[in-house]
Design a protein around this ligand. Structure first.
Ligand code: DQA
Length: 155
């Protein structure tokens, strides 16, 4: 792993509306505020922070992360509950993935209880609003570092 690891933070549909969309569930902070939190939490790591409303674009970015990222924090939003295609793309990744949600989907409607992403995630952080992202960043980077150390040992 290079001196400055690269962390992808990818966000799925409707998260561009953070701050105005159902604020009683998702809070009043905007996605730009969340990005600033991730950048602070990541320290020296390079953060690539993106959001899309399109499933194919999200999958393209996951594929891109294969060659460019050391770890991924992913809030798949609604696609986490529906997208086998996203799961397939994630299965092709060998970097650590931490799933992240602002709300706690397990405490919400039944259709939110299933997450395809959880099947491959190293861990899940949910329910702490924007702080969920901060809590996801450190273990994602820590796992990336561990992975690179064990790769060094095996050569
Ligand atoms: C969400 C939870 C999902 O169930 C929902 O579809 C979202 C946001 C969250 O961050 O709490 O769009 O991922």
């Amino acid at each position: 792993m290079p001196d400055s690891p690269v962390l992808y933070v990818l966000n799925g549909p409707n998260l561009n509306l953070l701050g105005v969309r159902e604020p009683e569930i998702y809070g009043r902070e905007t996605l730009a505020d969340v990005q600033a939190r991730c950048e602070r939490a990541a320290g020296d790591a390079t953060v690539v922070f993106r959001q899309t409303n399109h499933e194919g674009e999200l999958i393209d970015w996951v594929q891109e992360a294969r060659g460019k990222a050391d770890a991924l924090v992913l809030n798949p939003a609604g696609y986490g509950h529906t997208s086998v295609a996203l799961l397939d793309a994630l299965k092709a990744l060998s970097i650590p993935v931490v799933e992240c949600h602002l709300s706690n989907p397990a405490a919400r409607e039944r259709f939110r209880h299933r997450s395809y992403v959880s099947a491959i995630a190293a861990g899940v952080v949910s329910g702490f609003g924007p702080v969920s992202y901060e809590l996801a960043v450190q273990p994602a980077l820590g796992l990336a570092q561990e992975r690179s150390r064990s790769a060094d040992r095996s050569v």
